[in-house]
Design a protein around this ligand. Structure first.
Ligand SMILES: Cc1cc2nc3c(=O)[nH]c(=O)nc-3n(C[C@H](O)[C@H](O)[C@H](O)COP(=O)(O)OP(=O)(O)OC[C@H]3O[C@@H](n4cnc5c(N)ncnc54)[C@H](O)[C@@H]3O)c2cc1C
Length: 432
């Protein structure tokens, strides 16, 4: 079967347009409105950002992750990768193109599991790019293992009553609504006993207790919040999907999101390599440019040698999704999730080193690359948990064999060869 990542010339022209637009129009927003990506637009920002969104819409590029039924383009995952790797170069680009996390993942599960009323109430606003949303799952006592979750939802007549605390709920401070994971049946394993609920901001009992920021962020950023659900009452129809479907929904949400992060990481890493190469050619020490030093050349070569296979792995996962569906790409999506963090950390670190002390300051967007890699090793589940899941998935494809003599043991292979070629096997020279 051929692996084909090719796209038609018309789409290549669109990519050229995106490249130029992001570089010339969107990247300057990083210095104009730093850390304001996830803040609702005030008049000053709206004046500049809305016309940019309009230009994206006019190009038919708004919300490129969505199908046409939801106002997107139905590009599919390969084309989305090629778009997202460009958008990854700028922190503002996902906002201007309507592809920012966690809203993309939230929109996807609303589209897949929401009722017509829920889509009207929540999805329409998300798709217009006018509101932000929050996915509230991790709890203070642990995020990697859902079995420790205690936030619960209890049915009371026509209502659900939600009680508990969630931690690291990104954008809770600005979200118009929350998607909360809560235990609805404590008597069955959590993957069958959890459900998801939609709660509008401002619902009595929903309290954003504190907001924490990643080091290096601006204090005005939306941040990641500790949220208390104090007997929050929502109507019966606030449940997303069916009771007990929480984990099914969760898996649906995270699979796409993980790959979107990986797609954008390609662009982040490429920008760091571009900066590293330009600096290496421009800076002179000990009689020659940094680009002439073999150790710096190794930095650049190693960085590219990490980026290229990562990019191909993401494209391959995307191609699998397009041709065989997300389920068939589970292992490959897991690999992308693991690699995105690794690649950003190692390329980010080298790019900082080549820039010397300045690389560590707020004057350059390089510490963010490194920290972005660290964050991606935790967000949507820690790398270690993904490695465990990936290994389990791969191991399912293997059978146990003789514990003493593995099938590749030479005697076993000779017997197999004898069964096929008979006495010819006796002419095999002895193993040296
Ligand atoms: C930038 C960012 C944004 C986030 N946004 C959200 C959000 O919007 N909503 C939300 O609900 N959560 C969010 N999270 C939280 C994220 O999902 C959790 O951080 C993650 O699931 C890990 O949970 P934890 O931080 O409680 O770490 P813990 O569960 O305490 O795990 C700590 C460490 O233990 C190790 N570990 C855990 N499990 C295993 C295992 N199976 N095998 C080996 N080692 C293991 C790993 O080293 C792991 O890093 C976000 C996190 C980040 C960094």
């Amino acid at each position: 079967m051929a692996w084909d990542f090719s796209t038609e010339p018309e789409f290549e022209a669109k990519l050229d347009w995106i490249r130029e637009f992001v570089r010339d129009e969107v990247e300057p927003l990083e210095v104009l409105f730093p850390g304001c990506e996830y803040l609702p637009l005030n008049d000053e920002r709206r004046l500049i950002v809305d016309p940019l969104k309009d230009r994206v819409r006019a190009q038919g590029l708004w919300a490129p992750h969505l199908g046409p039924e939801l106002g997107g383009q139905g590009f599919g995952a390969v084309k989305l990768t090629l778009i997202n790797e460009i958008l990854g170069r700028s922190s503002w680009a996902p906002i201007v193109f309507g592809t920012q996390a966690p809203d993309t993942g939230n929109a996807e599960i609303l589209a897949r599991f929401g009722t017509a009323e829920q889509k009207d109430e929540y999805l329409a606003g998300l798709l217009s790019g006018e509101i932000f949303s929050c996915f509230s799952m991790t709890e203070p006592q642990g995020g990697a293992d859902p079995r420790v979750f205690t936030t619960k939802a209890v049915r009371d007549g026509d209502e659900w009553v939600i009680t508990g605390r969630k931690y690291f709920s990104s954008n809770a401070s600005v979200a118009s609504f929350f998607i909360v994971v809560a235990i609805t049946d404590p008597d069955v394993p959590v993957h069958r006993g959890a459900s998801t609920f939609l709660i509008p901001a401002g619902t009595p009992g929903l309290v954003v207790e504190a907001t924490h920021h990643l080091v290096g962020s601006y204090p005005h950023e939306a941040g990641h919040s500790l949220v208390r659900y104090d007997d929050v009452r929502v109507p019966a129809e606030a449940i997303l999907g069916e009771p007990g479907q929480g984990f099914l929904i969760l898996q649906n949400r995270l699979a796409g999101g993980r790959l979107h992060h990986a797609m954008r990481s390609i662009g982040v890493a490429q920008r760091a390599i571009d900066m590293m190469a330009r600096r290496a050619k421009s800076r002179f020490t000990q009689g020659s440019s940094l680009a002439d030093k073999q150790l710096v050349q190794e930095f650049i070569a190693d960085s590219y040698a990490e980026l290229v296979p990562f990019r191909l792995t993401v494209l391959h996962a995307a191609w699998l999704i397009d041709t065989a569906g997300e389920h068939a790409a589970r292992a490959e999506i897991g690999v992308c999730k693991i690699l995105a963090s690794q690649v950003l950390k190692s390329i980010g670190l080298r790019a900082i080193q080549v820039h010397g002390a300045m690389g560590l300051t707020e004057q350059l967007p390089l510490v963010n690359v490194l920290l972005g890699g660290v964050a991606l090793g935790l967000a949507d589940g820690p790398t270690e948990a993904h490695k465990v899941n990936l290994a389990r998935l791969l191991l399912k494809g293997y059978e146990a064999e003789d514990p003493e003599w593995p099938s590749e043991f030479l005697d076993n292979r000779i017997e197999a060869a004898r069964a096929k070629y008979g006495d010819l096997v006796d002419r095999i020279p002895a193993v040296p």
